[in-house]
Structures are given as C-alpha cells and as structure tokens.
Design a protein. Structure first.
Length: 209
C-alpha cells in the first residue's frame, strides 16, 4: 500500500493506492490573545481561481507578520476512520483535505471546512500552520502579506510506496517560487536520497517549544 501525507487520505481509483497529505505544522504554546489579528472585522482574504491550482485564497488587505488569518476547520475524526473514508475528489486522487494533529486525531475539511482548505502549497510560503495546546489549528502569516498576494504554506507531504513517474507528476509543484523544489513532497536529506519514506499518511504537526 502506497501512502502520502497531506490533508486527507484518499484512494486512487486507478492504482488502489491510499493517498493522504501531511503538513508539518508548528505547535504554539502561547495564548491566542498574544498574536496580532487583522484590524478589519471582515476576513482579510477572498477565494478566487488560482493560477497555481484550482481555487486559491488571496489577501484583500495588508496582513502583519504573525497574524492569525483563518482557523483550519473540519470534522475531528479518529485516524483509522479518516483512513477508510473515500476520496473527496475522485478525479484527482492526490488532492486531500485531512490534517493530522499531535494527539493522532484528524481534521477532515470536507465536513465543516472553511476557506483554509483552499490555501495552496508554496515552496517559499508566506504562511504557516500552527497547532495550539487546545487542538485548534490556525493559518498564520510568516511575513507581512500585501493585498492581492495569494496565501500559501508548505505542505511538506510524505509519501509511502514506490515513487513512480505518475506519482511524481501527481505531486509536482507549480508555485512559481524562485527556488521551487518542483514537488509538494517534503525534501529528503541528501544522505537519504533514494530511501523510502515510511512514516504515516496525513498532514502532521511539529511542535514549537
């Protein structure tokens, strides 16, 4: 069984391959009240077609570095339940909406999700996903973001299984960054090139001390 770590696990109808996204998040221990928030009461973003992929989320005003932009919402499920759910998009088995948290549960943005699920990957992202002690996940600004910019964060996907050409094409990155690494998959250290990634199969989080 081949696995990828990204948002939610999905079944490839052509290869019978389970795929999922895993995002490397930061865990923030500070109170949410210590982070700046955009001054306007309306959301500081809008959803539009993206030149990168499908829909995208774009800033409608200046967003300060460190600001909480949007909470990543979705149904909270046990990992085994999420793993056995059908693909949310049967035409694109590499598209997922699952997000694995530190306690092993999964946020499934296909149920009760919001604008955060449309934020695309970027190799030089202006955002990052942060998990807090209460289990909530927020997309936050890594730097000052100007109106009109598309919001992006690094998915850092992990894949389990044979790295075929079709898999490589499925996870190709088209973010257009100057130093785009050409893939949404997590970079593998040079000494481990060619090694098989054998970790789990969803977006995951790393903790910030």
């Amino acid at each position: 069984m081949n696995r990828v770590r990204i948002h939610h696990p999905q079944i490839d109808p052509f290869q019978n391959t389970r795929i999922s996204k895993r995002l490397q998040l930061s865990h923030h221990r500070r109170s949410l009240l210590t982070l700046p928030v955009p001054s306007s009461k309306s959301p500081p973003y809008v959803i539009h077609p993206s030149p990168t992929h499908g829909r995208g989320v774009f800033a409608t005003q200046t967003i300060r570095k460190g600001a909480r932009i949007v909470q990543y919402r979705g149904a909270r499920l046990p990992s085994d339940v999420a793993d056995n759910r059908p693909a949310s998009d049967s035409t694109d088995p590499y598209h997922t909406l699952l997000f694995k948290l530190h306690d092993g549960t999964v946020l499934d943005a296909s149920q009760g999700g919001n604008a955060a699920r449309w934020i695309n990957h970027g190799c030089d992202p202006n955002c990052e996903a942060i998990e807090y002690d209460d289990g909530r996940v927020f997309i936050c600004a890594k730097r000052t973001i100007r109106a009109g910019e598309e919001l992006r964060y690094d998915y850092r996907l992990e894949y389990e299984g044979r790295m075929s050409r079709s898999v490589q094409r499925g996870f190709a990155c088209r973010c257009g960054a100057r130093r785009c690494r050409g893939t949404m998959l997590k970079a593998v250290p040079r000494k481990n090139k060619g090694a098989r990634i054998t970790s789990g199969n969803k977006k995951t989080v790393s903790r910030r001390q």
